[in-house]
Design a protein around this ligand. Sequence first.
Ligand SMILES: O=C1C[C@@](O)(C(=O)O)C[C@@H](O)[C@@H]1O
Length: 143
Amino acid sequence: MAVIYVLNGPNLNLLGKRQPEIYGRDTLEDVELLCRDVAGGHEIRCLQSNWEGQIIDWIHEAREQAAAIVINPGALTHTSVAVLDALNAFDGPVFEIHISQVHKREAFRHHSYVSLRADGVIAGLGIEGYAAAVRRAVMLIGD
Ligand SMILES: O=C1C[C@@](O)(C(=O)O)C[C@@H](O)[C@@H]1O
């Protein structure tokens, strides 16, 4: 079976507690359980960091270990060429997730560096977006 990395960037450790009117009440633990539920037996590695360099190191690690990456880069989406460069060095499918509908929000959230690499982008489905991305990754990975 393959490994799918589910990466979460800055502030997503506070999911369920911060701005619930925007991000909802589900926690990262709920995200992890949901992803496992739809992974069809593939291994889910759910990781979160507030540090850009750590996210980049995990993407590098995924080059050796993972068949697909599902990533919610948080605010790094809108700022980080370095995260984009790291994802460009990964060969498998990459899915970009935003819990909120970023295009309905402030203009600075409308641009994503990560979208230049992502094979799919999901915004505004709450934590269901992660499940949709994992399902798609499983389809692409095959048996
Ligand atoms: O931290 C986040 C979360 C987010 O990626 C989302 O999941 O909706 C949207 C980003 O603009 C924001 O900085």
